[in-house]
Ligand binder design. Structure first.
Ligand SMILES: Cc1ncc(COP(=O)(O)O)c(C=O)c1O
Length: 428
């Protein structure tokens, strides 16, 4: 697969390069040169396949020229080792639950597939060091995605005492190729250290530094697969009247959904659902791109006012000659998010703030005869404190968290200073 840089169409790279590089020059995003499409009969046949076989076929359509089918299938099987079930919420609405992986969030799909691809394209003898800073969630997803992989060392920096104890347990108890460092400072200090490391060319070369960036194209390709999995679980009569609502922050998930539609998956309409950080809904409403300062909300993973995947969404609409006016949208306040979570609990479905936003817009905008699906991007227990407070009930810990709660922390501690970090990274 060839990809071009959205900021400089002359910069074209292979999939392998895009995976290793993350971003192009001027921080430009990579976008596929060819947009494959399946025939309707192919789609019907694919919807009969199991998750791993179908996903391998989807991914082959993009990257089959760079990775042989059996190798791709092997890696997809390792990455997608947990289900993505569609759970009924009401007569005409279901939730695609993407939180049954090791870190209980949709990021497990993209993160684990990216890890597989990065190790594949890096060659057998090439050593890679993944260095990342986290304020909680990303660290867990990265750590679990790369855990146990040969030739990959993962170093994660986090602000000491500033992430939840449960979050810390989730990724600081793994050991093996996962090293975690509690930095005496805040998240910005951790990020600054990571940046210093990436600016150090000698260090970069010596340890094969890579960021496993969330903008990596391999993540998006992986995320396409669960939209197909959702449709495969629906009865025939619902498949052609499908409206999908996507809780959006950086708009990666929505980009992946649109790529699924571009491949031929029958999705009638998407809803771009945001919280009060509503740059995109205001843009779709009035045509002007005017990001406000980011505000803190209950759905904090969506507190983004300059969504970094939006250029990919626009490019796809342009390439497919789709109209942006066909993209539905909406923004939901914290107050409405809370009342929606209570409403969902009353009908027997416990949800968390991100998914509740997507549900709310779906239930408001769904028309007669349509069937609605919203993405459940995180397990409610990941937002235990706020969910318990809003619903007035205690949530049981899911097994993945309960299992780790009693394990000892294996983190190192360090001053927010580059010299000791550099020395740490250079030690074998
Ligand atoms: C729980 C949850 N929901 C939704 C989103 C938004 O996804 P995206 O940034 O792809 O729009 C995120 C992003 O991190 C998230 O963590």
């Amino acid at each position: 697969m060839k990809l071009y840089n959205l900021k400089d169409h002359n910069e074209q790279v292979s999939f392998s390069q895009a995976v290793k590089q993350g971003l192009g020059s001027q921080q430009g995003l990579f976008f596929p040169l060819e947009l494959p499409e399946f025939e309707l009969t192919d789609i019907d046949a694919m919807l009969e396949m199991d998750f791993v076989s179908r996903s391998s076929k989807i991914l082959s359509a993009y990257i089959g020229d760079e990775i042989a089918p059996h190798q791709l299938a092997e890696r997809v099987k390792t990455a997608f080792a947990f289900p993505a079930p569609v759970a009924k919420v009401s007569e005409d609405i279901s939730c695609l639950e993407l939180f049954h992986g090791p870190t209980l969030a949709f990021k497990d799909f993209g993160g684990r597939f990216m890890a597989q691809m990065l190790s594949y394209v890096s060659g057998a003898d090439e050593k890679i060091t993944i260095l990342t800073a986290t304020s909680g969630d990303t660290g867990a997803a990265v750590a679990h995605a790369f855990y146990g992989m040969e030739n990959v060392r993962v170093v994660i920096l986090y602000p000491q005492g500033k992430i939840s104890p449960l979050q810390e347990k989730l990724f600081c108890t793994l050991g093996g190729n996962i090293e975690t460092i509690a930095i005496d400072g805040d998240f910005d200090a951790c990020q600054a250290l990571v940046k210093q490391a990436f600016d150090d060319e000698e260090l970069k070369k010596a340890i094969g530094l890579n960021s496993a960036n969330s903008i990596n194209i391999s993540r998006l390709l992986a995320q396409i697969c669960y939209y197909f999995e959702a449709v495969a679980q629906l009865p025939q009569e619902k498949r052609n009247q499908l409206v999908v609502s996507v809780p959006s922050g950086n708009f990666g998930d929505l980009t992946a959904g649109l790529l699924a539609k571009s491949l031929g998956l029958p999705i009638k309409r998407f809803i771009a659902a945001t919280n009060a950080n509503d740059t995109v809904p205001r843009f779709l409403e009035g045509g002007s791109w005017t990001p406000n300062a980011t505000v803190a909300t209950l759905s904090n993973a969506m507190d983004v006012s300059q969504p970094n995947n939006w250029p990919r969404v626009e490019e796809l609409f342009r390439r497919k000659t789709w109209r942006l006016t066909d993209l539905a949208y909406g923004a939901v306040s914290d107050e409405t998010t809370q009342s929606t979570m209570r409403e969902l609990a009353e009908i027997g479905y416990i949800s968390e703030p991100h998914a509740a936003i997507a549900y709310r817009l779906l239930r408001d905008q769904l028309q007669e005869g349509e069937f609605g699906l919203f993405l459940g991007t995180a397990h409610p227990a990941k937002f235990k404190e706020s969910v318990e407070e809003i619903l007035g009930q205690t949530l049981p810990l899911p097994q993945a968290l309960a299992d780790r709660a009693d394990l000892p922390l294996l983190s190192h501690t360090m001053q927010a200073d580059f010299a000791p970090l550099r020395a740490f990274l250079l030690k074998a």
